[in-house]
Design a protein around this ligand. Structure first.
Ligand code: SAH
Ligand code: SF4
Ligand code: F3S
Length: 446
């Protein structure tokens, strides 16, 4: 019997799909190349905005008849039984904390002659559920995901995640360390620590907080990887210890995803974010002072209820101050269960779209300006994969998480040095160096 997993949403969902695939393989199922080739299709869903939520229904609606369909993940958790009203062909709904039962569920629905219990299994667990996928079940042989916490206690007023992932659960230190060692021994070059709110991680028994975890992973000889990354950190508090640990260990990659959402303190307050514009800028300034080659990326929501032109211009000016490496920007999407849902979604779609366009245009100019300063520089990159469209080309990533395209036969997972030859706002083109030329480690602007 074969399965296929279609994954929507964030890296945590990707990692959960790796875990589900691994559990199914251990039960004797094999992975299909696509949905047509599979007996069971698992849709690992995302509920964060309406668009990704709708995608799961259009995907499920297009599936060939006779397949067993399971909806897992965040929409399964938030919508539960309601999903069946939209698509009665769905065989099973499994919440975010029940994925580890996927083997039993798969057996059960394959044995069913008619659609019986659709088993909405969607209760939250209070404890961390351990599941470490084997290497063969991971999507990358180069960058390995390690979930360190799940859930969120912040309740930002627009966000459904606390209702799809539950309260925070933190994984014990030993288990994180063991997975990091496992990946390093298997030859992984980079580990990426995952969580909705990684910098609130703690191991109470060990009296450890997130900077202690980074310190221990970076200093452990057995975690012989080149780069350690983490996503996502909440910029709600200033943490000198985190900055110091990062400054001390070159292994910790010089890019932080630090989602600000808005540049207006008034809007941040309505979003229930716990920091002001000035506090956010102060944290960024302190990072840059101690770690001059650090770069930042961020998420932005435009058109939050009541966002004025003045609020929006504050977001634009924040963009110019921080000079982000990269941003992800979204139109505000009202979500059921959240406290902002009862606010009037009063910014018209036209204004929302215009603001999104202006934000993205400004970022494009900032990136283009920064990229031009990189022309003629030599930089170290990790080859992460072949270029999906251009034969003979590969994609590499810098320590600042920038994508570089170049011709090369350097194997995936190896490091090489490239000379930046051409730049656009969104991409860097380079030529590979034959010799081990001296290089700049980071691509911080300036
Ligand atoms: N834990 C992360 C964010 C997870 S959700 C953090 O706190 O930053 C990923 C991104 O989706 C958010 O940063 C936000 O920009 C966006 N997002 C979340 N809810 C949204 C909504 N209702 N409408 C539009 N964008 C939203
Ligand atoms: Fe959502 Fe806020 Fe938690 Fe991020 S910190 S997951 S935006 S509630
Ligand atoms: Fe989406 Fe759930 Fe991640 S809502 S962004 S898949 S935590």
């Amino acid at each position: 019997m074969k399965f296929f997993i279609k994954t929507y949403g964030c890296q945590m969902n990707v990692n959960d799909s790796e875990k589900m695939g691994d559990i199914l393989k251990k039960r004797g199922f094999s992975a299909a190349d696509d949905e047509n080739d599979a007996d069971i299709i698992i849709i690992n869903s995302c509920a964060v905005r309406e668009k990704p939520q709708e995608k799961i229904f259009s995907f499920a609606g297009r599936l060939p008849k006779g397949k067993k369909i399971i909806v897992a993940g965040c929409v399964a958790q938030s919508e539960k039984q309601k999903i069946l009203e939209r698509n009665p062909n769905i065989d099973y709904i499994v919440g975010t904390h029940q994925y580890y039962q996927i083997d039993r569920i798969a057996d059960e629905i394959l044995a069913q002659k008619s659609k019986g219990d659709r088993g909405v299994k969607a209760q939250f667990s209070k404890v961390w559920q351990e599941a470490v996928p084997d290497i063969a079940s991971r999507i990358s042989r180069v960058s390995g995901y390690i979930s360190i916490m799940e859930g969120c206690d912040n309740f930002c007023s627009y966000c459904i995640v606390p209702f799809t992932r539950g309260r925070e659960k933190h994984r014990p230190f030993e288990n994180i360390m063991a997975e990091a060692e496992y990946l390093a021994t298997a030859g992984y070059k980079e580990i990426i620590l995952l969580g909705q709110n990684v910098n609130s991680w703690e191991d109470k028994e060990k009296n450890m907080e997130f900077p202690d975890l980074l310190e221990r992973l970076s200093a452990a000889p057995a975690v012989d990887v080149k780069w350690i990354r983490f996503i996502t950190s909440y910029p709600g508090y200033y943490d000198e210890q985190l900055i110091e640990v990062m400054a001390r260990h070159e292994k910790i990659a010089r890019n932080i995803h630090f989602p600000v959402q808005s540049g207006s303190t008034r809007v941040l307050k309505k979003m229930n974010r716990s920091y002001t514009r000035a506090q956010y800028l102060d944290i960024v300034r302190r990072f840059k002072k101690k770690i001059p080659d650090i770069t930042f990326s961020s998420d932005f929501i435009v058109g939050f209820p009541g966002e004025t032109e003045n609020d929006f211009e504050l977001t634009l000016s924040l963009l110019e101050k921080v000079e982000y490496e990269n941003i992800f920007s979204f139109l505000y999407s009202p979500r059921r269960f959240t406290s902002a849902f009862k606010l009037k979604d009063d910014i018209t779609p036209e204004i929302k779209k215009q603001r999104l366009y202006r934000l993205q245009e400004l970022q494009k100019n900032i990136q283009f300006k920064n990229n031009k300063t990189l022309l003629g520089k030599t930089i170290e990159v990790l080859v992460t994969g072949p270029h999906p469209k251009a034969a003979g080309e590969v994609i590499g990533r810098t320590v600042n998480y920038r994508v570089v395209n170049f011709k090369s036969d350097t194997p995936v997972g190896e490091f090489t040095r490239v000379l930046i030859e051409r730049v656009g706002p969104y991409s860097l083109r380079a030529k590979e160096h034959a010799a081990r030329a001296p290089y700049c480690r980071t691509l911080a602007p300036g």
